[in-house]
Ligand binder design. Structure first.
Ligand SMILES: Cc1cc2nc3c(=O)[nH]c(=O)nc-3n(C[C@H](O)[C@H](O)[C@H](O)COP(=O)(O)OP(=O)(O)OC[C@H]3O[C@@H](n4cnc5c(N)ncnc54)[C@H](O)[C@@H]3O)c2cc1C
Length: 472
């Protein structure tokens, strides 16, 4: 990774207000998972690639994620005896999302998913392992592959190592301000406002991997108003400028009102309360000690219900679930070590921690126990209670709902080329949060686990490969 001045000094260029004639085929905007995957695919395809990152460090939302990527039909699934296929992933994702504007992309990414994971592991030594110890929202079989730590930082560290090995320049402090467009084709970018003044980079093709617009309240209000009430907890860099440039060029938007929410960010710690605690049998209560709804909507779909609930909201599970999740998920273990998970010896102690009426909470616990043991129907309709009824001691986390990232963006084709009404725009590719996602048309309930990184890394791989072959 280089500072831009160092890089251009090496290239013999000047660093302010000048066109820099760098011998590069592909310029990638954004050094998250999508951008680094695109750069690796471009160099695999024989092209040279530069990645421009506006922040001090690479990583973006990818670093904040759990790094979980679906790979349907991967060889690790075969080794584990899991019968999976792109068709099955397509069916699962469309079941969760409902009809939307980018259904062709679901099939394209499902086909690409296992080759993507195998390419990252085999060709670029990215450490991803099949997760079999818990279920994931929207998936009928275990198919997510993640770093052993389940931390996106590890994924980014591996991708940066691979980029270095592939001679990809990753330039931080390099905000791209606009695209260079000549005769209707994108021919480069203008970098401005970073540590190296203003300069232009020319290339054969630009890959926009700058993520979506979660950090831009104006675009949220315009495109995804349902997310307006949620606090944005993703990376600062997702301010939507790439989407704006492409709209100015006439790109078509798709699924622009969709997003990934999270129902249970630990408060005040700011890390996620693993949804596995809920899938194993936990539930959420409001400030009166009453359940909020059917938690099977998933961590994203349930965020809007939590936002509507009277707070403070808590996630309730038990010490057995706490310990097993902490054993597998480093972020949750960190939350536990930081005191973010409280323990209650019995129902009365739990009521004390929640600050609710003990009799009201007892009624909630009785109803949950009856539903989880199958002796009564859950009033909210939940049928899957994971390990069954909770047993004291209880564990509890105070939680707030959040917006993690937007899932809408510009429409792309099977090469990740940006589409306008008359077909692909020339010289520009979009990946990850810049592109229309596969999580439904609107709201947070169409999001399946791994959809963010599937479109980031999957489209990144496709975009980089095709950008490498883009004619000069
Ligand atoms: C807490 C959390 C957990 C998540 N967990 C998962 C998960 O386990 N699995 C999953 O699939 N998804 C998950 N997601 C979503 C996932 O992180 C994103 O969908 C994915 O990382 C997007 O990747 P990206 O490369 O498109 O964007 P990013 O990783 O955000 O990278 C974009 C980069 O572009 C840079 N950039 C933006 N504009 C410019 C500009 N003008 N010039 C230069 N650089 C620019 C940004 O600074 C940023 O570094 C999670 C998200 C969060 C917040």
């Amino acid at each position: 990774m280089h500072e831009p001045q160092q890089h251009f000094a090496e290239q013999g260029g000047q660093d302010t207000d000048t066109d820099v004639d760098v011998d590069v085929d592909v310029v990638v905007v954004g050094a998250g998972g999508a951008g680094l995957a695109a750069a690796l695919a471009a160099t695999d395809g024989g092209a040279s690639a530069v990645v421009l990152e506006k922040e001090e460090r690479p990583g973006g939302n990818t670093a904040a994620s759990t790094g979980s990527v679906p790979g349907a039909g991967s060889r690790w699934q075969s080794d584990a005896g899991i019968d999976d296929s792109p068709e099955r992933l397509t069916t699962d994702l469309l079941r969760q999302s409902g009809p939307h504007d980018a259904e062709d992309l679901v099939r394209i990414l499902a086909e690409a998913s296992a080759p993507l994971v195998e390419w990252l592991v085999d060709s670029h030594a990215v450490d991803l392992r099949l997760i079999t110890d818990y279920k994931h929202v929207g998936h009928s079989v275990p198919r997510l592959h993640a770093p052993p730590s389940r931390k996106g930082h590890a994924l980014i560290a591996d991708l940066l190592r691979a980029a270095k090995a592939a001679d990809v320049e990753v330039l931080t402090h390099s905000p791209v301000d606009r695209l260079v467009v000549e005769d209707g084709a994108v021919r480069g970018v203008v970098v401005s406002g970073g540590r190296s003044g203003t300069y232009t980079l020319r290339c054969r093709a630009v890959v926009l991997a700058a993520n979506g617009f979660g950090a831009d309240p104006e675009l949220i209000a315009r495109f995804a108003p349902q997310a307006s009430g949620l606090e944005y907890l993703g990376a600062h860099g997702s301010t939507g400028e790439a989407v704006r440039w492409l709209l100015d060029l006439g790109a078509s938007m798709g699924n622009e009102a969709a997003f990934q929410g999270y129902a249970a960010v630990a408060s005040p710690h700011g890390s996620i309360t693993s949804w596995t605690t809920v899938e194993h049998g936990g539930f959420l209560v409001d400030g009166n000690g009453r359940r909020i709804g059917d938690e099977s909507a998933g961590y994203s779909g349930f965020a809007a219900e939590v936002a509507r609930a009277e707070g403070p909201v808590h996630v309730v599970f038990d010490a057995g679930i706490r310990d097993s999740v902490a054993a597998h998920e480093e972020e949750f273990a960190d939350l536990l070590a930081a005191g973010g998970v409280k323990e209650a010896a019995d129902a009365a102690a739990l009521a004390g921690i929640l600050g609710v009426d003990a009799a009201e909470l007892a009624r909630t616990l009785d109803t949950v126990e009856a539903a989880a043991s199958g002796t009564a129907t859950d009033p909210f309709g939940r049928t899957d209670w994971g390990r069954g009824p909770l047993t004291a001691p209880y564990a509890v986390v105070k939680a707030v709902p959040a917006l993690f990232h937007t899932q809408g963006g510009v429409q792309v084709d099977e090469h990740a080329r940006v589409l306008g009404p008359a077909g692909p725009l020339s010289g520009v590719y979009a990946t990850g949060g810049v592109a229309a996602g596969v999580s439904g048309r609107s709201g947070g309930s169409g999001y399946s686990s791994g959809n963010g990184l599937l479109s980031a890394l999957g489209l990144g791989m496709l975009a980089g490969g095709h950008a490498a072959a883009h004619p000069a």
